[in-house]
Ligand binder design. Structure first.
Ligand code: NAP
Ligand code: HSE
Length: 429
């Protein structure tokens, strides 16, 4: 078989890893696919920039057409990020019969279904394993490994940057800003880290996971999102006292044919399997009706781990080329979308409230919960020395989201409540 020529879009953190793996693992790749794999051209913004790896200058271009219109290029590897122009490049490539491998969750969460349709119409593969949880083969785990099962729940730490920040804040008492800078320097964070810390990156990944896991098209706007930028060191200390670890958790749950998908900072009991996932590592817990509990764990971000998933997709494309079956593996969703109402979503909650330190306030607060039938698992009341304020920390038993929202509103309206300092979901093992 002739050599396979690759057009690489992007030579940043992930692109550099792709070059390294193709170079260092060429023997293994040759053995698996039966032909050499060569990078023919690389698209960058600035061809004169100093790079972390050495590449021949003549491979670099800032003109995408040099790659997209090159008839000798069989596969496009897209690791440049972005949505607008990037989508146009990939559609153009697929229409010209080029197979595509991408690590771009923004693009796949927003336009995956359109791109997959174009790919299948043109007999092309479009693989995106690296878009969720970096080096963990979670998409193949769902689509192939658990193909025979009915998945009812997925819960994951799917953003390396936020897990790195929360780990360092909890374990080393370091500040949010300092650790975010470190995660950026290590190449985990997105070009604009707002999408990491505000939960959008994780939401995109959960939309992709839920679409594949539940075989139902889940749009990004179906995912309820909150991030970690308001999590304080105080919250983490309270969690520690109560036996909880804070994680940014993606949660996808199916009951009958109705689903909910969310991303939120969540207190996990310390003995929960996801509580021990540290630093930039990711993990996805998957519950299938037949298999029961499974957990996929590994590095969720970074150059070589992410590039491993990208190059494995490349191997899958080349194996399909040999068999002549490209463009036939994508499965369209089986079910039409049905989302749960708020009254059908249940969780336990942690609340930290500042109230007037006076007789009867505690009773007023507990009666609000009682009227909604929500009881408490844990309660702490601590006086704060200054300005006659008392702090109440409580953890509820299960409540519907409807009851919880109404309780929060009633608490906010109460004169004795000065401020609801924090409110998080709680998940116990
Ligand atoms: P990065 O370090 O910022 O690299 C982006 C590369 O693309 C750079 O080489 C840049 O060129 C090039 N590029 C960007 N916009 C371009 C444009 N309009 N035209 C031409 N070239 C352009 O990004 P990254 O961290 O490698 O991430 C790449 C993709 O992988 C993103 O979709 C990201 O979400 C995804 N991803 C990243 C990780 C991770 O750990 N970093 C993990 C999983 C998935 P210059 O070098 O000349 O600036
Ligand atoms: N910024 C992402 C993260 C990269 O921190 O998880 C991997 O998708």
């Amino acid at each position: 078989m002739k050599a396979i020529s690759i057009g690489l879009l992007g030579l940043g953190t992930v692109g550099a890893g792709v070059i390294q793996i193709i170079k260092n693992h060429q023997d293994k790749l040759m053995h698996q696919v039966g032909c050499p794999v060569i990078i023919k051209k690389i698209l960058v913004q600035d061809i004169n920039k100093t790079r972390s790896i050495e590449v021949e200058k003549e491979l670099l271009t800032s003109n995408a057409d040099e790659i997209l219109n090159d008839k000798e290029i069989d596969v496009i590897i897209e690791v440049m990020g972005g949505v607008g122009a990037t989508k146009d490049y990939l559609i153009n490539a697929l229409r010209q019969g080029k197979h595509v491998v991408t690590a771009n969750k923004d693009l796949m969460a927003l336009h995956g279904s359109e791109l997959l349709t174009v790919a299948s119409e043109h007999g092309c593969d479009l693989f995106y394993e690296a878009s969720v949880a970096g080096g963990i083969p979670i998409l193949r785990g769902l689509v192939d490994g658990l193909a025979s099962d009915r998945i009812t729940q997925m819960m994951g730490i799917v953003n390396g940057t936020t897990n790195y920040i929360l780990t360092k804040m909890s374990n080393e008492g370091r500040s949010y800003d300092e650790v975010l800078k470190e995660a950026q320097a290590l190449g985990f964070a997105e070009a604009d880290p707002t999408s990491d810390v505000e939960g959008l990156d994780a939401a995109r990944k959960m939309a992709i996971l839920a679409t594949l896991g539940f075989s139902m098209h889940i749009d990004l706007e179906d995912v309820e999102v909150s991030g970690i930028s308001n999590v304080t060191e105080e919250d983490l200390r309270y969690g520690e006292q109560l036996g909880y670890t804070m994680k940014l958790i993606g949660y996808a749950h199916r009951e009958e044919e109705k689903v909910e998908v969310s991303v939120a900072p969540t207190f996990l009991s310390d003995n929960h399997p996801l509580a021990s996932v540290q630093n930039e590592y990711n993990a996805v817990y998957v519950y299938g009706e037949a298999v029961g509990e499974t957990m996929f764990y590994g590095p969720g971000a970074g150059s070589l781990p992410t590039a491993t998933a990208v190059v494995s997709d490349l191997v899958a494309v080349i194996k399909n080329l040999r068999l002549g079956v490209n463009g036939r593996s994508a499965v369209t969703p089986q079910y039409s979308k049905q989302l749960k109402d708020d009254g059908e979503k249940f969780s336990k909650y942690f609340l930290r409230i500042h109230v007037q330190d006076e007789v009867g306030v505690f009773a007023e607060i507990t009666s609000i919960f009682a009227k909604h039938g929500v009881s408490f698992e844990k309660i702490l009341q601590l006086p704060i020395k200054k300005n006659e304020t008392s702090e109440i920390v409580l953890v509820t038993h299960r409540s519907s989201l409807t009851d919880y929202d109404q309780i929060l509103q009633k608490l906010t309206d109460l004169d004795a409540v000065k401020e609801i300092k924090s409110a998080y979901r709680v998940v116990r093992n």
